[in-house]
Design a protein around this ligand. Structure first.
Ligand code: FE2
Length: 402
């Protein structure tokens, strides 16, 4: 058997676990914390709820919320300057994937120097980062437990994927109460991101028995709870189950990695500021259809985990039901079936996106082989582009980004 590894942070989970932030940071030796968050989380009052727990342990803080929905290299550079100026010694992120990934980027720059693009790829972050505690405010990203960070290179308009064990936070605190202040749309697309993590990691060629059990459980929890979680902010049972699903899916993506859906949506997200989870909801069924023949058995188990009745079906037919189940779920929670923003793509950007996907670390673990031609076809399908020769035609006329 090949060698497998399984890395996770210390995990604290439960309603009101937010109160553990101060004691967690103290155990890591923190005195002056760099608190990364975003304006929405601040506005919802969660930062104000954390601060007394830091005060209780004599921890000082510097708040940084200058982070976009798709965090940028320029923001990370400014964050690192602030961290140094303020002589911080640790990191606390409270928020969604954006502040968590950006905080990891700041941690890299203050310990390793250079530019964030120097660390795109696998295992290029070689030394420890500052002590890191992360409190996710959405049920989707998995950044609070993962060895990944995704940051936009604004010069090249691509998403940089950084993967290193040093990026695994020390402590992850999941308090499902934070999910009660999120609107339906955000709940829907972050939930579909979590589902994409669970499905891609389950069919990944790097999946192991340790990730399989969490992946199938996450798929089941999402199929059973995402609709209700989108339906009501106050359904705490659905919130707790979605928070657990996101945690499990995050553990899986970190240890089994992802696949072609993320390799493609990273390129779309680099070109357009679309929500990552929305792009995944559009792309995932296309990739499932493409990948199906590589492992029909696993896709049939995904269908079963999603609650489909597959007992009397052949493995192939059962596998196909998994795609229908994902499309039904995305539609039920109100997500689009096409990337509407594709109309704003620059002319002739397709070759660059295909090249970016080929270079994306997520492609390595996709269960079915795919090269330039297949990726071109898949990009055209998910972006509803005309079927013509790759790179020969303008994608859409006269509406390119500057
Ligand atoms: Fe994702």
């Amino acid at each position: 058997m090949r060698i497998t590894k399984f890395v996770i942070p210390e995990i604290i989970f439960g309603v009101d676990s937010l109160g553990q932030a101060g004691s967690s940071l103290t155990r890591l030796g923190a005195h002056r914390v760099f608190l990364a968050t975003d304006p929405g989380v601040r506005e919802a009052g969660w930062v104000d709820k954390v601060l007394p727990h830091l005060e209780e342990f004599g921890i000082e803080w510097v708040i940084w919320d200058d982070v976009s929905e798709n965090p940028r290299d320029t923001e990370v550079r400014r964050g690192a300057e602030l961290y140094r100026q303020e002589s911080c010694d640790s990191i606390l992120a409270v928020g969604g994937g954006s502040p968590m990934d950006a905080a990891k980027g700041v941690g890299i720059l203050v310990t390793h120097g250079g530019r964030i693009s120097d660390y795109a790829g696998v295992d290029l972050v070689t030394r420890p980062l500052p002590p890191m505690v992360m409190i996710p405010s959405t049920a989707g990203t998995g950044a609070d437990v993962s060895q990944f960070a995704v940051i936009t290179d604004t010069g090249r308009r691509v998403k940089l994927v950084l993967c290193s064990k040093s990026l695994v936070p020390d402590i992850s605190i999941t308090d499902p109460l934070l999910l009660t202040t999120k609107d339906a749309e955000l709940t829907a697309y972050t939930g579909m991101d979590a589902l994409t993590h669970a499905i891609e990691s389950y069919v990944s060629i790097a999946a192991t028995p340790l990730t399989d059990v969490h992946a199938l459980s996450a798929i089941e929890l999402i199929a059973q709870n995402l609709r209700a979680s989108v339906g009501s902010r106050d359904n705490l049972t659905a919130k707790v189950n979605m928070a657990m699903a996101s945690l499990k899916a995050g553990i899986c993506l970190s240890n089994a990695a992802l696949g072609a859906t993320h390799a493609i949506t990273h390129q779309i997200g680099g070109m357009l500021d679309v929500a990552h989870g929305t792009a995944n909801a559009v792309v995932l069924p296309h990739i499932m259809e493409y990948n199906l023949i590589a492992d029909t058995e696993r896709y049939s188990r995904i269908a079963r985990a999603m609650g489909e009745r597959v007992e009397d079906l052949s493995t192939r037919d059962a596998a196909l039901r998994s795609v229908a189940a994902v499309r039904d779920l995305a539609r039920d929670v109100g997500l689009p079936v096409v990337v509407a923003e594709a109309q704003r793509l620059p002319v002739d950007c397709l070759p660059a996106m295909v090249e970016g996907a080929l270079d994306d670390v997520c492609l390595v673990t996709n269960p079915r082989d795919l090269g330039e031609a297949e990726l071109g076809e898949l990009f055209r399908a998910v972006l509803s582009l005309p079927v013509e020769d790759l790179g020969q035609d303008p994608l859409h006329s006269g509406n390119g980004l500057a």
